[in-house]
Design a protein around this ligand. Sequence first.
Ligand SMILES: [Zn+2]
Ligand SMILES: [Zn+2]
Length: 503
Amino acid sequence: MEVTVIEAKKKIKEQLKVAAYCRVSSESEEQESSIENQREYYEELIQSNPNYEYAGIYFDQGISGFKEKRPGFQQMMKDARAGKINLIITKSITRFARNTDTILKATRELKDLGIGVFFELQNINTLTQDGELLMTVYAAFAQGESDTYRELARMSRRRQFEEGRPMYRLHKALGYRKGEKEGTFEIVPEEAAMIKQIYKWIRDEYTVTTILKMAKEAGFHNRDGKDLRFEQIYKIVQSEIYKGDYIMQKHFIDEDRRHRINRGELPCWYIEDDHPAIVTRKLWEEANAVIEKRAKEKTEHLDLLPMTVENYPYKNKLFCGYCGQRLYAVKTKSGAQYSFYCHKRNKGVGVCCPGITVPQKVVESWGAITENIYITMDPDKPIPKQYSITKESTWKKRHKKKEYAAEMKPYNKENYHYYKRIFCEKCGWPLYRQRRDDGRVQFICGGKSIYRSAFCSGIIVPEEVMDRLPDKDGYFILREEKENGEKHYSYSCTKEKPERKKK
Ligand SMILES: [Zn+2]
Ligand SMILES: [Zn+2]
């Protein structure tokens, strides 16, 4: 069935029945005397307009605006309801009423009747929506509230929400900017690519620390050029705006002009498909499921028994994959579980173990452990893939090879042309030769090895780097610099022996 709508013909040239409303307060004699002037003014105004039909002048005199009983006003409303008026002209909002409620109630009722109120001073016609918004604002103003301007802003914002016209902050969010057309928003392609990648990284279970690292490598940054911040990552992933939705009045400005999160103080509305999305709903859900899982794991406490082989059969079967030490169990700070760690970590010079910590939950996720295992960890991998396990036989084979790979040459002038002529740039102490656990030879700062890192942060130069020093006289002062996680070495050569820093 086809329906054709026949539009009603507009009645052309029908005259508007126009009335005027004046109110003068008793406080002002000047106004009282001007009531006649006003009457004349409006009669003239209405009658001189060919589109207007004079519908009368209503006025109240000497009655405070706060009182509802205003005979002139009541009569005008009555006549309006009776269809005698199409438009009411009045000087200003303050003349119409002094009370916000009265103004709103009356103008809304009139609006429903199809009758507009025109405020000359403010140039507002309440028949248009914008008119009503401004009205609210002006009414607040008229009410003489002490914090007028704040109220103005707040009310205009609130009003927009109530009318379903959200005050968007979308363009403030990464990924969006204002569109050409007023009130529209569009995607910023470069930022959107970054947002999407962050969602994928979270979904793929990378840690926030690693994500920040990868983001930096990818050249991602905030609008001000600064790096993304730790707390930003979850915020981005948890924001509904990136799947195209919008929560109206999620934030508001309170009486003290503070920007606050709406925790039920005011109504809010969830709008689906409000604007173009940057990620699919599927990706959004998947990434947020990961965040929820992490939050749950963080708070989940295990029932901890004394750490014995009876209670934990795998207790003595866990080894550090870097140095071969057996791992020790310690309760985590929160007491939620045990954590197994290598105690050789950071135990001074000569120990080359970056350390490892394995949470109990991770160990138990591997199933029954029946033989010794050697564990290594890469925090830059996705969480489920961070740990790798090697069987004891494989690990020992691999590490034995390294250990006997190089025979140590005697440390003398014949074997090392720079023998006793190498120094740490930071403290001026000589560098000592040292053999690592894996058999490789390196030269380390003597100041640090004796007085520890408080004295000198130290320097470690592999033998193969040292061997590149030119065969010339003088003293070599070695410098170590880190760039993008890589170490770079440089030296300077002096005639004088460098001075040692004193303890
Ligand atoms: Zn270790
Ligand atoms: Zn040093």
